[in-house]
Structure formats: C-alpha cells, structure tokens
Design a protein around this ligand. Structure first.
Ligand SMILES: Cc1ncc(C[n+]2csc(CCOP(=O)(O)OP(=O)(O)O)c2C)c(N)n1
Length: 712
C-alpha cells in the first residue's frame, strides 16, 4: 500500500491467521487509508463551503470495500475504471491527497485533468487509472474493451503498443453504484464480458440510493446480485461492504476467479452513503431520521476501529495518533493545493484534438499510384480496410454482421456476410477472428468497447450498421469518445474510427434507413467528420481517418456505394487525402454551390443544366465537415459572390446553416445576393418513392435555387 507510515507498536501480539492473513501493520494501514479518505472528503467539503473549490462528492461509507479491493489489485498492472465514490480505492492505488486536492481546487497543476474535470473523477496513467466522465455506467464498456485489449496483446505479443502490454492474470476493475446498474450499458458490458470470458471485476457499490431513488425502484427485487446470477461464467459474490475483513475476503475470492481466466466476476457490496449524494443534495429531504441513524451504525470506520480495539490490535491512543497524523498530512496537502496556480485561460482549446497529428496537414497529402479498373465506393472502402489491416497489426474491425463467419466454421470454407453492405467482406477470412468479429446488436457496446481498446493502443475501426441506429451510442460518442483527451488534459486518447452508412435516395429506405444528421456530430468538439462523395475520396479519406490520432466519424453514403458515377481507380495502399481540403468538382464564375455527399452528383447535374441556360456554376465538394475547408469557401465566395449551400440533411440546423452564417459574418462585403440553402424538408424521409422524392433535395431543387440566386 502506498503512503504507508510507521505505526505505533502493538499492545499485544498480532493474530494474523484469523484476520484474512493480514498483519497488524496491514490492518492498521487499512484503517488509516479508510480514515484518510473520509477526512479528505471532510476537507473538500470545508473547501467547498469556503468557496475554495467548486464541487464535492464523497465516498463516506464506501471506504472498507474500496481499500480491501485496492490492497489486492495491482496498481500499474491491473487496469482501473472507478467511479466518483472510489476515493479510498484510488488512495490505496497510489493517488495522493495532494493530487486529489489539486483536482478539487481545479489547479493548473492538477495531474488528473488540469482543472477541466470535476473532482472525484480520478485518473493517472502510470497507475492505469483511466480518466472518468460523469456519465454513469459508460465506463463498464470501456473496461470490457480494455480487457479485450489485454487478451489481444497476450495473443499477439508482437503487436503491443507502447507500455500497453500485460501479463497473464491481469484484471480490469470497474465500479458503479446500484442505480447505475439500470443503464443498458451495464447489461451490454456483462453480455460481452461473459460471452468472451473476460477478466473484468465489476464492483457494484450498493448504498441503497441513486440520489433520492431507492434501490427497489431501480432493481426488481432490490438485489442486483440475484438478477445477474444467471449470466454464464459470471462469478457473483455478495458482501457487507462496510465490514473491512469480509470485504477483503470477498475481493480475494473474486480476484482469484478473474485472474484464473475463468471469466468476469461481480462483487455486490452493500455499503452506506453517509453523506448526501453530493454537496448540492440534502438527503434529509428524502431519508427519515431513523434511516439515517441506522446507516450511521454501519459506518465502516466505526466498525473497523471498534474491531481493532476489541481485538486489542491497538488502543484509543493509537487511533488518535493515526487520526492526527492523517489530519496533518491533509492539512499540508491542502495548504499546498490552495497555493497552486489556477489554469491559464488561454489553454481552453488545448487538446480538443491531438496536438501531435494534424490530419489536415501536408503529411497526409499522399497521391498514391492509380492502378487497375475503376471500382465502386464500397469496394474502395473494403480495399482500404484490407491494406490498413495489413499495415497495422493493431487494427481491429467489429460491428454488427461485419464478420465473414457466423459461428465456428472454417474461415476458408465460408462465403461470408462481411457487413450488410459487404464493406467488410473477406476481412475476417484474411485477418482472422481475433481482428475481425461480430458484436452483439448494441451500438453503445460497439463504441464503448472500441474506446476501451483504443485507450490501450489498439486501432478499432468499427461499423455502425446504419447511421439511423447510431443513437444508442450517442452518449459514448458525445461524452466519452470526443472528450477523453480533453478531460484528461491529453493524458488519454481514443482515436477510434466509426464507419456509418448514411443517407437516403434508396427508394424504400423510409424513415429508419434514410436519415442524415451529420450536423449533430459537427456539434461535438473533438470529433472529425469525413463524408466522401466517390470511391477515390472514400479510399484517401478513410486512410487518413485511420492514421490520424483523433476519433473520426466516417460517413459512407449508402446510395453512392455502388453508383457508376462514384467509381474510381484505386490508388494503392499509401494514398491519403488531408482533411479540410475541399475539391472543386466543376469550376464556374456565376455561382458557387458548396456541397458534400450525395448532393455532389445532383449539383453537378444541376450545374450542367444551368450551363445550358448560360449560368456558370462552380461545385465545391467539402469532403470533410470537421474540419471543413473555410479557405476554399472564402476563396470561392470572394471570387464568385453568389453562393448556394446544398445538402441532403434537413434544412433547419443542417450543417449548411453553419456555413451560410459564417459566410454572412465574414464575407458579407463580397456577396451580391443572399446565401441560399437547399436541403431536405423538415420531416422524416417517408417510404413511398414519390414521398421520398418530395422530401429529399433533387437536382431540380438545386437548379431552381441556383437560378434564383443568379437572378437576384
Ligand atoms: C447517464 C447519467 N444519467 C444521470 C446522471 C446524474 N446522476 C449522477 S449520479 C446519479 C445517481 C447514481 O446513483 P448510483 O449509481 O446508485 O451511485 P451512487 O451515487 O449512489 O453511489 C445520477 C442520477 C449521470 N451522471 N449520468
């Protein structure tokens, strides 16, 4: 245990055998860490009341199970995805009170997030403590992905990234509260942990409440251990988490199971939440005095100090000495943290994206060598994935139906599915089941696991089967994928690529297979967005997406997958296109249409017809939306003065609104006409082709707006 001190001598000889094998010093150290955690909570509450810090959430009442766990987990070897009540665990693993208090005051020197994330969301790379968000339960899927990465590296030791390796027997710890088990991601993580028999240790800290909602409203029957007991391969252990020695024994049993490779374990620890949910909550509004009094009788610190004196392992003087020593340590840490400088305002935009790899740079401008006949966009994507998998042994592909093989058939004999659009066809045959595999039908599962893998240096390129079904993964995308680097002040990153077939014009795709919505993701800082309009761009941009260091949403228009007009010659395994470089598809002088995706071809057809009317149209294909090529837009607008923005997505709040607003703001003096937009009607895409045609923007619509702008 870190931070241990020399403890006073015992009055009597230790009786170690009966105390789970722990020596007197270890028992006193266990007590000391529990107390340190509690007193730190108290100090932070004091700082908050004095407006010296800005948020506080405590672990009071959870300390016994957490120190018992931390003593047996291996800091810097096992991996950790704790939640906000896990102060005592993190202290046991080696995070210091000073580091915690730097986080509380949000200091520049806060090693956890540089003052960006709320306190109690601990992390530290050398301890393998992974930065946490505040979205409850998302971490369960990261833990699963992390365990999968461990397995991967054991199987392919030559592919190991940085110091990400591991050893046989390492486990991944993840914790959550009882209320958080109601989230689907908890069940999705158990699903995969059990299916793949992963060494994940789930600790459910059941304090009976989720803020004010009692456990019986969250969990049928009120006992999560009972509910999960049918999961195959899952070892389920229930323990009184306020009893330090019982907790120690339960964790020992659980860890032995997980370390032996038999599968995951879930320890359900009954604890008490001795303080309100957080400093903004007042539990007296929903807990009776009698209930609160009863909870006090289960205070793990009181129970353990009573045990220590009862067993004559120490006396009251020793406990007092420990307490004063703990208080001194905390006071010293608090004095130093309060003297620490605040973060610099000028740094607020640091680490939204990778500071090391800029996908818009010339380094990604690699022309490649065209070879062979033109191929479709889906074939170009498939070839790019194959080439990148050959180049990077850490690249893994997974998603719904992406595998060639459904069960255990010999890969050589199977014809294969390879994705509902065939984009991943043959990848599993070529690279094996460990690198290409099906996920359960659960989109948060796909993205959450990918994040956990990417934290460990794998390169997940995952498929969301239809953009229409990306929404269950939205929390993972918006709160985790895009924010991990930012919230950890660049200590962690997860450069996952999410491929998502998008868009309509399918005749029959209807409401749930025709959606657009790229603007929603353009509103997520930290995410790159590519949206190619032909096979050539798909290959060049996908390669850049894979090789860059940021998360990328790679949008593949379903209708363009197999169109003849979107075919191109493949330019080999090095071809890359930098992000943020628009492409002039047709030059012109009277009006510029800024567009992307499926509207590129429709705009080109409109431009041809406009030419017959004597209107010269420039067609500018943005190709990526985050970043997008503002300088190409500015250059075109300043030269041409009349602008249309055309996209398939609904008009209201479509990405065109952003482009148009910026043109109005920064290029107003160049304009000879209002900036016009073309987009879908503000309604879902209906089934009958006539309805679909009326809803989605057509060539005629683009032509009409071009004409209007020219006539202004
Ligand atoms: C996804 C999500 N929904 C809601 C919240 C707001 N919230 C924060 S903590 C919390 C209660 C969590 O209760 P539980 O899982 O039992 O853990 P405890 O706080 O009791 O330890 C809620 C609703 C959140 N952070 N994340």
């Amino acid at each position: 245990m870190k931070g241990s001190t020399v403890l006073p001598a015992a009055n009597t000889a230790p009786k170690t055998q009966q105390y789970e094998g722990l020596s007197r010093d270890e028992l006193l150290q266990l007590y000391r860490t529990m107390l340190l955690s509690r007193r730190l909570d108290d100090k932070e509450l004091q700082l908050k009341k004095g407006s010296k810090s800005f948020f506080q959430i405590s672990g009071a009442g959870h300390e016994a199970i957490l120190v018992a766990a931390g003593m047996q987990l291996k800091s810097g070897r096992d991996w950790f995805f704790p939640y906000y009540r896990d102060r005592a665990l993190c202290l046991t693993l080696g995070l210091t009170p000073y580091e915690m208090l730097l986080a509380a005051v949000g200091a520049k020197a806060d090693p956890i997030s540089g003052g960006r994330q709320m306190p109690a969301h601990w992390s530290k790379p050398d301890l393998h403590l992974v930065s946490a968000s505040s979205a409850v339960t998302t971490q369960c899927l990261h833990a699963v992905g992390c365990a999968e990465a461990s397995q991967f590296y054991l199987q392919f030791p030559n592919s190991v990234a940085q110091a990400s390796a591991g050893s046989e027997g390492d486990v991944v710890y993840v914790s959550l509260g009882d209320g958080s088990t109601s989230e689907g991601e908890f069940w999705e993580s158990l699903n995969t942990a059990c299916t793949r028999r992963l060494p994940v240790v789930f600790l459910v800290e059941d304090n009976g409440y989720a803020i004010s909602v009692p456990v019986e409203i969250q969990t049928p029957g009120g006992d999560i251990a009972r509910l999960v007991s049918a999961f195959p391969g899952l070892e389920v252990i229930s323990v009184d988490g306020t009893d330090a020695l019982a907790s120690y024994a339960a964790m020992r049993r659980g860890l032995a199971y997980a370390r032996s490779g038999r599968g995951p374990v879930l320890v359900k620890a009954n604890v008490v939440r001795l303080y309100s949910h957080s400093q903004t909550d007042d539990e007296r509004h929903y807990k009776s005095d009698a209930e609160r009094d009863e909870e006090q009788t289960r205070d793990p610190l009181d129970r353990f100090s009573a045990f220590l004196t009862r067993e004559q392992l120490c006396d009251d003087n020793t406990l007092a000495w420990i307490a004063s020593e703990v208080d001194d340590e905390i006071q010293d840490a608090a004095d130093r943290a309060l003297a620490a400088a605040a973060p610099d305002r000028s740094t607020v935009l640091d680490y939204v994206y990778s500071p090391d790899v800029d996908p818009a740079s010339d380094a990604f401008d690699v022309p490649g060598t065209p070879e062979g006949d033109p191929i479709t966009m889906v074939a170009a994507i498939n070839r790019t994935l194959k080439d990148e998998m050959t180049r990077n042994p850490r690249l893994v592909v997974f998603g719904e139906d992406v595998a060639d093989c459904s069960r255990g058939e010999a890969l050589s004999t199977v014809k294969g599915k390879g994705g509902v659009f065939g984009a991943t066809l043959g990848l599993q045959r070529a690279f094996g089941r460990e690198r290409v595999f099906n996920s359960p039908l659960a989109e948060a599962n796909i993205v959450g696991r990918a994040i956990g893998m990417a934290v460990r240096g794998l390169k997940p390129v995952v498929e969301i089967q239809f953009f229409d079904y990306i929404w269950p993964a939205m929390m993972q995308i918006r709160d985790e994928l895009t924010m991990l680097r930012y919230r950890s002040n660049n200590a962690y990153s997860c450069p996952v690529v999410i491929r998502a077939p998008i868009g309509g014009y399918l005749r029959g795709g209807s409401l749930y297979h025709s959606q657009s919505g790229e603007s929603i993701f353009a509103h997520c800082p930290g995410l790159r967005i590519a949206y190619p309009s032909d096979a050539d761009d798909a290959a060049g941009l996908l390669r850049t997406a894979i090789r860059c260091d940021d998360p990328v949403l790679f949008l593949e228009h379903k209708h363009l997958y197999r169109q003849i007009y979107s075919k191109s010659i493949y330019r080999g395994p090095d071809y890359q296109i930098p992000f943020g470089r628009a492409c002039i598809r047709r030059d012109g002088t009277d009006v510029v249409v800024i567009t992307w995706g499926a509207l590129v071809q429709r705009t080109l057809l409109a431009a041809e017809r406009a030419a017959q009317r004597g209107i010269s149209v420039m067609v500018l294909d943005l190709r990526t939306l985050a970043p997008y090529d503002w300088s190409a837009v500015a250059e075109a607008v300043s030269r041409i003065s009349r602008v249309v923005v055309a996209h398939e997505d609904q008009l209201t709040c479509g990405f065109g609104a952003e482009v148009a607003a910026r043109i109005a703001d920064e290029l107003f003096e160049y304009l000879d006409a209002p900036v016009k937009r073309v987009g879908a009607l503000d309604c879902p895409v209906a089934y009958h082709p006539d309805l679909e045609e009326a809803i989605l923007p057509q060539t005629d619509d683009v032509l009409q707006v071009i004409t209007t702008v020219c006539e202004y």
